[in-house]
Design a binder for this molecule. Structure first.
Ligand code: TYD
Length: 133
C-alpha cells in the first residue's frame, strides 16, 4: 500500500480569490497543536531526514514546490507538493525527507503535538531498528 495519503483541502473560491480551511479532526486527521513553516530554503539543501515516534503531521506547500520522500522502513514513496490545495499526511514512524525546494517555496506543517526533541528519530539505522525490530 502507498504511503501517500492526501487530505481534502478544497479551495473555496469566488471572484475575490481562494480560501482553504484546515480543521482539527474534520479534514485534518488529528487535533492540531502546533504549526510551523519553512521558507528561505535552497534547492540543493534538503531537510527533514527523520521520523517521529508519536507525532502526526500534514504538510502543505502554500507557495512553490518541493519533493517529499516517505519511507516506512519497508517501502519508499515520493511525491511533489506543489499546490496549496494538497495536504500530505506524514504519519508516525515514517521517515521523511524534503528535496528540491523551489525558490518561492513556503511549506506549512500542521502538527499533532508540541515540539519535543525526544520524539525524533534522526538516525536512519535506528529508525530501521524501531520499525522493523
Ligand atoms: P528540524 O525538525 O530539524 O527541521 P527539518 O526537519 O525541517 O530540517 O528543526 C530545525 C530546528 O528547529 C531544530 O533546531 C529544532 C527546531 N525546532 C523547534 O524548536 N520547534 C519546532 O517546532 C520545530 C519543527 C523545530
Amino acid at each position: 500500500m502507498s504511503l501517500v495519503e492526501w487530505i481534502k483541502l478544497p479551495a473555496l473560491g469566488d471572484e475575490r480569490g481562494s480560501l482553504v480551511v484546515a480543521e482539527s479532526n474534520i479534514n485534518v486527521p488529528f487535533a492540531i497543536e502546533r504549526i510551523y513553516y519553512i521558507f528561505n530554503t535552497q534547492k540543493d539543501t534538503p531537510r527533514g531526514f527523520h521520523a517521529h515516534y508519536d507525532l502526526k503531521q500534514v504538510a502543505i506547500c502554500l507557495s512553490g514546490s518541493c519533493r517529499i520522500v516517505l519511507d516506512d522502513g519497508q517501502r519508499k514513496d515520493e511525491v511533489w507538493l506543489d499546490s496549496p490545495t494538497k495536504g500530505l499526511v506524514i504519519d508516525t514512524r515514517v521517515w521523511h525527507e524534503m528535496h528540491e525546494f523551489s525558490e518561492d517555496c513556503i511549506l506549512l506543517v500542521l502538527a499533532s503535538a508540541h515540539y519535543s526533541e525526544a520524539d525524533y528519530i534522526r538516525d536512519y539505522d535506528k529508525f530501521l531498528e524501531v520499525v522493523n525490530g
